[in-house]
Design a binder for this molecule. Sequence first.
Ligand code: GLV
Ligand code: MN
Length: 195
Amino acid sequence: ADPDPLQDFCVADLKSAPSVNGFPCKLASEVTSGDFFYDGLSKEGNTTNLFGVNVNTGNVLAFPALNTLGISMNRVDLAPGGINPPHLHPRSTESGIVIEGKLLVGFVTTGNVFYSKVLGVGEMFVVPRGLVHFQLNVGDGKALIFTAFNSQLPGAVIVPLTLFASTPSVPDDVLTRAFQVEDDVINGIKSKFGL
Ligand code: GLV
Ligand code: MN
């Protein structure tokens, strides 16, 4: 989904201010082999949290060589029963592959049609750009997937956090009307996220 590059590479200089789109390039004379390799996705993430998930984003901010190249990857670790909660990527389609465990993987279309499947090791999935999707660990042990994106910075709108954990918060009146429930239900949900 990102624009095409106009040169071989443009390793991001993250210290300069972001440009109109993406980052300015590091000086070519300062680019080394080390710029093109990244080991930040090699270790298991800490899944001790509300959702039982850790999403390690290998995007341009973590791996500056991705700048202008239109791709990136994530590592997603899930504790038993863990969920990567419903979210969407405004700038990217996603594909993924299961490395360990068994997961229910699904997405919902703009027409509210739900597509899903339980996947095992070696199986792939795809999520069309901008659609709400999730992965739920339904196996007995840990689960691990790697995901790939056609954007250097896909972005993530995490649905429960967007509506119930924003700063400042979305007014209760909006949420009670939107979800057709009373204040106590909204406050109950907000309190789970420490608000
Ligand atoms: C999984 O959905 C991911 O965004 O890495
Ligand atoms: Mn995703």
